[in-house]
Design a protein around this ligand. Structure first.
Ligand code: SF4
Ligand code: F3S
Length: 103
């Protein structure tokens, strides 16, 4: 499962499409965690798609990760600012790749 303390345990290595990137990032095998309020561990996500289907405010969009061992696309929390903390995505992800911090 995603480390819910990633902000303390990982280094913020940059930003992509307005979404924070938390390392380590070594493409294509290591893609890191994306997002802060809504965070997705790209190295755990296997492109199930339930989060994209179920999020009531369409926070997620697909982003391509060619060559990644789990899946060649990931759910990027591109519109995490829109999140209403319903926790649906956290509940439906089969591999617990998502952390939402209502703080
Ligand atoms: Fe969308 Fe709810 Fe997940 Fe926020 S907690 S990203 S609103 S499904
Ligand atoms: Fe990935 Fe889980 Fe969404 S596997 S596509 S983060 S439901």
């Amino acid at each position: 499962a995603i480390d819910s303390n990633f902000e303390a345990n990982r280094e913020r290595v940059g930003e992509e499409d307005g979404v924070a990137v938390w390392g380590p990032v070594e493409p294509p095998e290591k893609q890191g965690i994306r997002g802060t309020h809504v965070a997705v561990d790209f190295d755990i996500c296997l492109a199930d798609g339930a989060c994209l289907e179920d999020c009531p405010v369409d926070v997620f969009e697909w982003t391509d990760t060619p060559g990644h061992p789990e899946s060649e696309r990931k759910a990027n929390p591109a519109d995490e600012d829109q999140c209403i903390d319903c926790m649906l995505c956290v509940d439906v992800c089969p591999v617990d790749a998502i952390d939402v911090d209502p703080g």
